[in-house]
Ligand binder design. Structure first.
Ligand code: PLP
Length: 431
């Protein structure tokens, strides 16, 4: 086997996500043979530093021996079991651990299969909660420029036109409020007024407010001040609506602390965890929720009151084992503490890029570093050019338009950080 054979067979049969397949008439798809640490290796022995943790999931390095070992052991005993009427040890241990490590009050876990399906669970739970207490509140509020996934409910509360606009006729109506567009405190305080005004007039029709804490990732890695989260939580409490923290992309250490909500010292009513939850091994989402929500569904069987939501693979034992191993790895190897040094190094490296002529600005939150370039227009496909340049040099990045970001696995070393930024420097300079 070589790269060419696998690539040719691939495009004959497969439709890849978020991809214009015609691009692969001129750009070969890269087949990966194996992966280890921060590296992806193709069939010809070329290696690429995974500078985006394979779509922000692989926080602890590829084929991490600790996680692999735990999954292999689980595989010999129980690969899957129906999760209604049955349970298993990994799900129980994982749930207990998640309740322990997430903010206070999140005492129950509902499992879904991936980020978007977890979002559907959260939306349905909030709407259904109010039904169960005798109120009809059909509206959801989210931020402008938000992204919560691509199933219809998740798209409906998102505000990224690129993914959403074409489907507008078949989406549910939702409300968007101003998002803070930079990391200044004043900007956050200004933006919060929009949420306040909306809740003042319409809170009786709204069941929940959903937010990506600290960083709107797919929305161009827009970073904002934590005071926005603290104020928004206060408002949700004041007006009696649920606060949903979508930590699918930012949870599990990405912003510097285990969960981004910690930066504002808040406990949401629902917290969504996925991506990094399993260390990038297997798809799983944990929808963490409060007793208040759980209790509104806990009753004798009454038609319409029960939460009859299920996915075939809910609580899959291999996924739960991967998640449990991931959490233990964080503890055992003191990942959050060790990351602080890496965050500082990334910050230094990022500053080197600021002086390039075509760099408009730089920003960083924890283990997410961003360079925003001048001169964007969708037709010049600057992101694709940078992606291709970096791949040739051994680094995988996937810019969002003119926003180049670096979001590596936390196991990255000092030399690998340095090498990645050397490549980025060259690539941006060359454009
Ligand atoms: C904040 C956020 N929410 C939800 C999702 C959807 O998750 P998934 O891709 O697993 O459906 C994503 C995916 O990027 C995300 O970034």
């Amino acid at each position: 086997m070589n790269n060419k054979i696998v690539s040719n067979e691939d495009v004959k049969y497969i439709w890849h996500p978020c991809t214009q397949m015609k691009d692969h008439e001129i750009i070969p798809i890269i087949p990966i043979k194996k992966a280890y640490g921060v590296y992806l290796e193709d069939f010809e022995g070329n290696v690429y530093i995974d500078g985006i943790s394979s779509w922000w999931v692989n926080n602890l390095g590829h084929c991490n021996p600790y996680i692999t070992k735990k999954i292999k052991k689980q595989l010999d005993n129980l690969e899957h079991v129906i999760f209604a009427g049955f349970t298993h040890k990994s799900a129980v241990q994982l749930s207990k651990k998640l309740v322990e490590i997430t903010p206070d009050g999140l005492n129950k876990v509902f499992f879904a299969d991936n980020g978007s399906s977890g979002i559907e669970v959260a939306l349905k739970l909030c709407f259904h909660y109010f039904r169960n207490i005798g109120e009809n509140r059909p509206n959801f509020v989210s931020l402008k420029n938000s992204y919560h996934g691509e199933t219809l409910g998740a798209l409906s509360i998102s505000d990224t036109g690129l993914y959403k606009d074409v489907y507008s006729d078949i989406l549910i109506k939702t409300l968007q409020v101003k998002n803070p567009v930079n990391q200044d405190e004043d900007e956050a305080l200004e933006a919060i007024k929009d949420l306040e005004n909306l809740l003042k007039t319409s809170h009786k029709t709204i069941c929940a407010f959903i937010v990506e804490p600290l960083v709107q990732c797919a929305g161009g890695m827009n970073m904002y001040h934590p005071i926005y989260l603290a104020k928004a939580k206060e408002l949700c409490e004041q007006y009696g609506i649920f606060f949903i923290a979508d930590e699918i992309a930012v949870g599990f250490g990405r912003t510097g602390s285990m969960f981004a909500c910690e930066s504002a010292n808040i406990s949401p009513d629902i917290m969504l965890l996925s991506k990094g939850l399993t260390g990038g091994y297997l798809p799983l989402c944990a929808v963490m929720l409060t007793d208040k929500i759980y209790n509104a569904f806990y009753c004798d069987y009454v038609s319409g009151k029960n939460f009859l939501h299920s996915h075939s693979y809910t609580g899959n034992p291999l996924c739960c084992t991967a998640a449990l191993a991931t959490i233990k790895y964080f503890d055992k190897f003191d990942i959050i503490k060790k990351n602080q040094r890496k965050i500082k190094q990334i910050s230094k490296e990022l500053k080197r890029l600021r002086h390039l002529q075509n760099v408009r600005s730089i920003r960083q939150t924890g283990m997410i570093a961003v360079v925003e370039l001048e001169g964007y227009n969708p037709e010049n496909r600057i992101g694709l050019k940078l992606n291709q340049y970096c791949l040739k040099k051994g680094l995988l990045i996937r810019p969002l338009g003119n926003v180049v970001y670096f979001m590596p696995p936390f196991t990255i070393t000092k030399n690998e950080i340095r090498k990645s930024f050397d490549i980025l420097y060259e690539a941006i300079e060359s454009i």
